[in-house]
Design a binder for this molecule. Structure first.
Ligand code: 5GP
Ligand code: ZN
Length: 132
């Protein structure tokens, strides 16, 4: 994809802090980190989101988590890990990427949500269970 930022990173057309790359994947630091070592893991080939990535490649990406985590635990002394991916709303870059966010006991990362629009979980269950 010509105008995709992550494809440009893959082609080394724009600089990034690359942690690892091989023929299939690239692992690099997020330019706007949530925590120290906030990392993005992407397939080199352009897929819009996780649902488009072939199973074999997803497995390969998943396999990388363990080794990256071991390295970050040793080098960055992180205490935990949060993995997320955004799709459609909330996804800024339409090239599949897994956010690999090392967590630290003092990181104060919080998920803020608008409590005003939250329904009771019993109502949510009812909506999901409704036929049609
Ligand atoms: P999304 O909102 O699509 O789930 O996440 C996109 C992520 O890509 C954001 O966390 C953002 O900071 C990161 N990002 C956007 N542009 C660049 C860039 O040019 N280089 C790097 N390293 N990260 C980027
Ligand atoms: Zn791309």
């Amino acid at each position: 994809m010509d105008d995709c930022i992550f494809c440009k990173i893959v082609r080394h057309e724009i600089p990034s802090e690359i942690i690892f790359e091989d023929k299939d994947i690239m692992v690099f630091l997020d330019i706007n980190p949530t925590t120290n070592g906030d990392t993005l893991i992407i397939p080199k080939k352009h897929y819009k989101d996780m649902f488009e990535v072939p199973r074999e490649l997803l497995n390969y990406i998943e396999d990388s988590y363990k080794s990256i985590y071991q390295i970050y635990k040793k080098k960055l002394k992180c205490d935990g890990l949060t993995l997320t991916t955004n799709m459609d709303y909330g996804q800024e870059i339409k090239h599949f990427h897994m956010h690999f966010i090392p967590r630290y006991k003092n990181d104060d990362v919080k998920y803020l949500s608008n409590k005003d629009i939250l329904k009771d979980i019993k109502d949510i269950k009812k909506i999901i269970d409704e036929n049609n």
